[in-house]
Design a protein around this ligand. Structure first.
Ligand code: PLP
Length: 400
């Protein structure tokens, strides 16, 4: 029986065993509703949640009371964009965003027209947002700039700190979708002038169905209206019984990502770089999509730690996105069924649809339909990478 290899960690990740273990008591004996303030079952759940809130807030240098738990980054992004609408205002608000956002930002904006006007800023051919274009797009009614921290398809990391500074200078709120960045890159909401931030547990070895929206409330630059009304949980911003096991798991996953930051970071880079260099050595027609592959030696000589290095890199350490010069990626994947990767031709849904992110890089359709994304996880081994190189090698040889 051939062993399956999972290299689709930008899509979702395998839950860590100690994350699962931390969650289990909250499914069985600690099942109280965190809002039940009259008995021990409620207190127990509430204590767990508040402790989790502190752990998660500390990891991005936020105040615990500014963390709102949601069902995931999709909900957080919708909560912010849809919450911006002030139906009583006679003027629509204006939002600036980019071509390479996750669909949930772009679709939420489109659904909210005509209450929201928006400008979509182009990106460079490497997938980095053009800062000058942001400056030029600012209008009198601009209330929010929303820029993805690190892209889920091509791994490009945007200049978050500089964008935050521009927003601060213009008193515009700044949101970043950090679903891919949290746990892998350094995040500091004060230093980067972030007012809103979305994240999701299942992208960092936590459970599916739990995420957060960070909302800077002191000196907050724009208010949002809740998506859901009811019991008034989460300061009235997100009603509904809290997902206690999920939140406990989210905090444990964040804690582990901090404890293992150094080892995971260098491991991602070393496996990713080995995969890339081995493939291009044999198949020089392979084209890299997104920003450069950074050298480990160079990063180690320049920066004292993985955390320091993570502030300066321009590509997620565990992301590789390459095009195979017209060889259809879906055909390649059919031939290598035991290796789970994702294709730029079908990544947003089950329909065969060219990725809007790769289109934003001005890639030809031929290159988009021959693109594959490899997302490395900390559980992957060098043996699995060697097997991936060998299997892709054997299949690619049939085409040349
Ligand atoms: C996965 C992802 C989302 C959606 O998160 P869910 O928690 O699955 O809803 C949003 N943005 C980015 C960048 C992502 O990678």
């Amino acid at each position: 029986m051939p062993k399956n290899i999972y290299l689709d960690n930008q899509s979702t990740t395998k839950i860590d065993s100690d994350v699962l273990e931390a969650m289990l008591p909250y499914f069985s004996e600690k099942y109280g509703n965190a809002s039940s303030s009259e008995h021990i079952f409620g207190w127990e759940s509430n204590d767990g949640i508040e402790e989790a809130r502190v752990t998660i807030a500390n990891s991005i240098k936020a105040k615990p009371e500014d963390i709102i738990f949601t069902s995931g980054a999709t909900e957080s992004n919708n909560m912010l964009i849809r919450g911006l609408i002030d139906y009583s205002a006679d003027q629509p608000v204006h939002v600036i965003t980019t071509e390479t956002e996750h669909k949930c930002i772009l679709e939420a904006l489109k659904r909210n027209a005509p209450f929201i006007e928006f400008t979509i800023i182009p990106v460079t051919t490497e997938g980095i947002v053009d800062i000058d274009a942001i400056r030029k797009a600012i209008r009198k009614n601009t209330v929010l700039v929303s820029v993805i921290f690190a892209n889920n398809e091509i791994g490009s990391i945007n200049p978050i700190k500089e964008i935050g500074k521009i927003c601060l200078e213009h008193s515009i709120a700044f949101h970043t979708d950090a679903a891919q960045a949290m746990g892998k890159l350094d995040i500091n909401v004060d230093e980067y002038h972030i007012d809103f931030l979305s994240a999701s547990a299942h992208k960092i070895y936590g459970p599916k169905g739990v995420g957060l929206l960070y909302i800077r409330r002191t000196k907050g630059k724009c208010k949002i209206i809740p998506l859901m009304f009811g019991g008034g949980q989460e300061n009235g911003i997100r009603s509904g019984t809290l997902n206690t096991p999920g939140i406990i798991g989210f905090a444990k996953a964040i804690k582990k990502s901090e404890e293992e930051f150094e080892t995971r970071f260098w491991k991602y880079l070393s496996l990713r770089n080995h995969l890339y260099y081995s493939l291009i050595e044999r198949f020089s027609f392979i084209q890299l999509n997104g920003t450069n592959i950074e050298s480990i030696d160079l990063l180690k000589s320049k920066y004292s730690s993985a955390r320091e290095a993570s502030k300066h890199i321009q590509r997620l350490p565990n992301n590789l996105n390459i095009s195979f010069n017209g060889i259809p990626s879906l055909e390649l994947m059919k031939n290598i069924k035991t290796i789970a990767v994702s294709s730029g031709a079908a990544c947003s849904s089950n329909k065969q649809e060219a990725s809007h992110v790769l289109q934003a890089l001005q890639l030809s359709n031929l290159l988009i339909h021959s693109s594959i994304r490899f997302g490395i996880g900390h559980q992957n081994t060098i043996e699995e990478i060697e097997e991936t190189i060998s299997k892709f090698g054997l299949t690619l040889e049939k085409y040349i």
